[in-house]
Design a protein around this ligand. Structure first.
Ligand SMILES: [Zn+2]
Length: 252
C-alpha cells in the first residue's frame, strides 16, 4: 500500500514538473498512477491494498465453498439441507444486518458444523471503496457485534464484490480478520440459469479452489439455491470434497 501511495504522489509531482514543457506527458503522469490505484481497489485479484486469499493449499481433491450475502430465511435452511445431504462443509459470509435479524439462522449454520464469516454490516457495494476510516470501522464493528450476539467471533472477511478500501488492511489486522477472495465466482445476478452459473464456477476447477456463490433475494429466482445444488452435485460426481480450510492452509 505504501508503494502505491508513493507511486501516486511521485506521478503527481513529476506531472507538475514536466507540465510546462510537455502537457501530454504531464496528463499521462498525473492519471496513470490513479489507474494503478483503481486497479488495486476494484480488481478482485489485486492484492496491493489488502491481502485477499484466492486459494488454499491442499494435496487432495478439495475445494472451499463460500456463500455470500445471507443469512436468508428462505435460502439458508434449504442450503443447509443440501450441504448435509452431501456431507459438505461451507463458509457463510453473512451481512451483519441480516445476521441481526435472523440470529436463529446463524445458530443453525454453526450447529450444522459450518463457518460464519464477516461480509460487512450493510453491504455498501457502491461506496465501500471510498468509505472513511470511521465508516469502515462501523461496517466491521456493527457486524462483529451482531455475530457476537449469536456467540460467533468471525476470523475471516470478504468485502462486497471484493472491492477494497485504503483503510481496510489496518482495520482487518486490528480485529484479527483474514481477507478471503475467490478463485471462481458464479456472477448469478448476470445469469439466467443455474447450469450456466455452475459451468462458470467449475470451469477451471482444481484442488484448493475457493468458490463464491450467493444466497438471498439479489440472486435471480430461477437460480436461487439451484446453482448451489448443481455445483455440489457436480463436485461430488468429480470426486471433490467440500471443506473449510484451516488458517494454515490459506495461501495465495
Ligand atoms: Zn456480497
Amino acid at each position: 500500500m505504501r508503494f502505491l501511495i508513493f507511486v501516486n504522489l511521485a506521478g503527481k509531482a513529476a506531472a507538475i514538473l514536466v507540465g510546462w514543457t510537455s502537457p501530454v506527458a504531464a496528463l499521462a503522469l498525473w492519471f496513470a498512477p490513479d489507474a494503478l490505484v483503481a486497479y488495486h481497489l476494484f480488481a478482485p485479484q489485486a492484492q496491493g491494498f489488502v491481502r485477499m486469499h484466492r486459494r488454499f493449499s491442499t494435496g487432495s481433491r478439495e475445494v472451499w465453498l463460500t456463500i455470500d450475502d445471507g443469512p436468508d430465511p428462505e435460502d439458508t435452511p434449504r442450503i443447509l439441507e443440501l450441504l448435509a445431504a452431501q456431507g459438505a462443509r461451507a463458509t457463510f459470509f453473512v451481512i451483519g444486518e441480516n445476521a441481526a435479524q435472523h440470529p436463529e439462522l446463524i445458530r443453525a449454520i454453526t450447529a450444522a458444523g459450518h463457518e460464519v464469516a464477516h461480509h460487512t454490516h450493510t453491504h455498501p457495494l457502491a461506496t465501500f471503496w471510498c468509505a472513511s476510516p470511521d465508516r469502515v470501522r462501523r461496517e466491521l464493528d456493527l457486524a462483529f457485534n451482531a455475530l457476537r450476539a449469536s456467540g460467533i467471533t468471525p476470523t475471516r472477511f470478504r468485502p462486497p464484490a471484493g472491492i477494497k478500501n485504503f483503510w481496510l488492511a489496518r482495520a482487518l489486522r486490528t480485529r484479527g480478520l483474514t481477507g478471503v477472495g475467490w478463485s471462481a465466482r458464479g456472477l448469478e445476478r448476470w445469469s439466467h440459469e443455474a447450469a450456466a452459473v455452475a459451468d462458470r464456477v467449475l470451469r477451471h476447477l482444481a484442488p484448493g479452489a475457493i468458490l463464491l456463490l450467493h444466497e438471498g433475494p439479489r440472486v435471480p429466482a430461477a437460480i436461487r439455491v439451484q446453482a448451489i445444488r448443481l455445483v455440489l452435485e457436480r463436485l461430488q460426481a468429480q470426486g471433490y470434497r467440500v471443506v473449510v480450510p484451516t488458517p494454515g492452509q490459506l495461501a495465495d
